[in-house]
Design a protein around this ligand. Structure first.
Ligand code: AP5
Length: 226
């Protein structure tokens, strides 16, 4: 029988490296698993860019570094998780759940990950990562002026910065994170893998890769295929 698709949640403070690690995970694991990357922040930014009603409301909260209300976020993420590609290939959920009510909503829908990866990064490093982050609007790739500089001048000239990526706003985002993180962790404590996210991105990825390989092997043992 075909194995159930893998389901992964990746969490961590603002700029802890969730998006960067998701890029590396989907590149490496695409052939093996084909996981669909679902980032709550990216779904919201798409609504903001489309100037939809939800997007206009969401932007008010994002600018204050606060959580966008559940009425918008919960359905948006749930619908994406239930799309055929996510169901068939498995998913890598980034930046959700961020509160006990969002975690409870997933549990109510019977949606539970195989593993919950927590990127642990110290606060001074987070601020530096936010301030230096740039995005390539053409490819969606995440850069950092110091740690992951763009490959050439053409890319450099088109890089953009997120509207909430200032030192002042990241402090607000961090405060929101600290208010909610313990409640979310308590829901997933039996499947949490804490990863030291202070290291270079390749080293962080090596830890995640090892954890996902371990989960994959355990699933094979549990399903009786080895
Ligand atoms: P969201 O977009 O999810 O932002 P976030 O959680 O603040 O996380 P980031 O995207 O800023 O960072 P990241 O961890 O992906 O780091 P990255 O890999 O880019 O959310 C934005 C807003 O949307 C929220 O404030 C909220 O308002 C709203 N929202 C989102 N989800 C919500 C939800 N569930 N409910 C309600 N509201 C929600 O890395 C950062 C930088 O560091 C990059 O420049 C990168 O190149 C660099 N870097 C990464 N790893 C390393 C490394 N190991 N070493 C050196 N540099 C590194």
């Amino acid at each position: 029988a075909k194995a159930e698709p893998l389901k992964v949640i990746i969490s961590g403070a603002p700029a802890s490296g969730k998006g960067t690690q998701c890029e590396l995970i989907t590149q490496k694991l695409f052939i093996q698993y084909g996981l669909v990357h679902i980032a709550a922040g990216d779904l919201l930014r798409a609504e903001v860019a489309a100037a939809s009603e939800n997007g206009k409301l969401a932007k008010e909260y994002m600018e204050k570094g606060e959580l966008v209300p559940d009425e918008i976020v919960v359905m948006m993420v749930k619908e994406r998780l239930l799309q055929p590609d996510s169901q068939q290939r498995g998913w890598l959920l980034d930046g959700y759940p961020r509160s006990s009510s969002q975690a409870a909503a997933l549990e109510d829908y019977g949606i539970r990950p195989d593993v919950f990866i927590l990127l642990d990064v110290s606060e001074d490093i987070l601020v530096e990562r936010v301030v230096g982050r740039r995005l390539d609007p053409l490819t969606g790739k995440i850069y950092h002026l110091k740690y992951s500089p763009p490959e050439n001048d053409e890319i450099t000239s088109r890089l953009t910065q997120r509207f909430d990526d200032t030192e002042e706003k990241v402090k607000l985002r961090l405060r929101t994170h600290h208010q909610n993180v313990d409640a979310v962790l308590s829901v997933y404590k039996d499947i949490t893998v804490k990863v030291n996210g202070n290291e270079a991105k390749e080293h962080v990825f090596a830890q995640i890769d090892a954890a996902l390989t371990h989960v994959g092997e355990q699933r094979k043992v549990n399903s009786g295929s080895v």
